[in-house]
Ligand binder design. Structure first.
Ligand code: HPA
Length: 245
């Protein structure tokens, strides 16, 4: 049976309804993961939870040890990862508190340790990344939303910026021109690292705010918090339904 991992982002530092059986601190060849792994069960399925930004929430997006996190999950026997992420909305459908299952990525991040295939190689290794998110995992998530009447966009291109600052209005204009629907800071290299280790990976994004320049004035941080909170209730419902399916 597949073992599911949930990587929680901003607004999801623990998983409601998860019975916690153990916590595991893992060291990896790439250093320490963001937090101890929470080993639990839900509806008779084994679930591993990891707080991407640490617990407490103190690791900024560009400092997250993505390699240690993904390596640790592989070590624990996980085969599927659902990554939860707060994002800014760029295109009209992506309004605050809305949920999205992105299907594509454009990576604008830099200077991050973004591959396992860097050192001590027997040969240069490339992976296919045409479809960055696992299609069968996405289909099962879509089924769970349909069954539970959860409103979600099932396509969207996620643009990953470096952070921790938000973008300028001009950067968002450029990203929209590039084809981005959403902007976040943690989608990469996480998705690529999962693919390098043959782990099925999909992202559920919750829109926290209109991206820079898409609403009047500046972006208010307390507004982000409120929208994430509102969207997170639906994410928890979706995750529960997915695990129960
Ligand atoms: N930009 C980048 N990352 C984000 C945003 C944003 O507007 N909102 C939440 N995460």
């Amino acid at each position: 049976m597949s073992k599911i991992a949930i990587i929680g982002g901003t607004g999801l530092s623990q998983m409601q309804g998860l019975t916690i059986n153990a916590t595991k601190i893992l060291d990896t060849p790439f250093g320490m993961p963001s937090a101890p792994f929470i080993l639990g069960s839900m509806h008779n399925k084994e679930v591993v939870f990891l707080a991407r930004h640490g617990n407490p929430h103190i690791i900024p997006p560009h400092k997250i040890n993505y390699r240690a996190n993904i390596w640790g999950l592989k070590q624990l026997g996980v085969s599927e990862i659902i990554a939860v992420a707060a994002v800014g909305g760029i295109t009209p459908e992506m309004l605050p508190a809305h949920l999205v299952l992105p299907d594509q990525i454009i990576d604008y991040s830099y200077g991050r340790e973004h591959t396992f295939f860097a050192d001590d190689l027997e040969q240069v290794t490339h992976i296919d990344f045409t479809f960055p998110y696992n299609q069968s995992l996405r289909s099962r998530l879509i089924q769970a939303t349909t069954k539970n009447n959860i409103n979600i966009s099932t396509v969207g291109t996620y643009g990953c910026t470096q952070g921790p600052r938000l973008e300028t209005a001009a950067e968002i204009v450029k990203m929209e021109r590039d084809g981005c629907d959403l902007v976040g800071m943690t989608g990469m290299p996480e998705a690529a690292l999962a693919k390098e280790l043959n782990l099925k990976y999909a992202t559920i994004a919750v829109v926290a705010n209109w991206a820079a320049g898409k609403s009047e004035g500046e972006i208010a941080m307390d507004e982000i918090e409120q929208h994430v909170k509102n969207g997170m209730a639906n994410i928890t419902q979706l995750l529960t339904a997915f695990i129960n399916a």
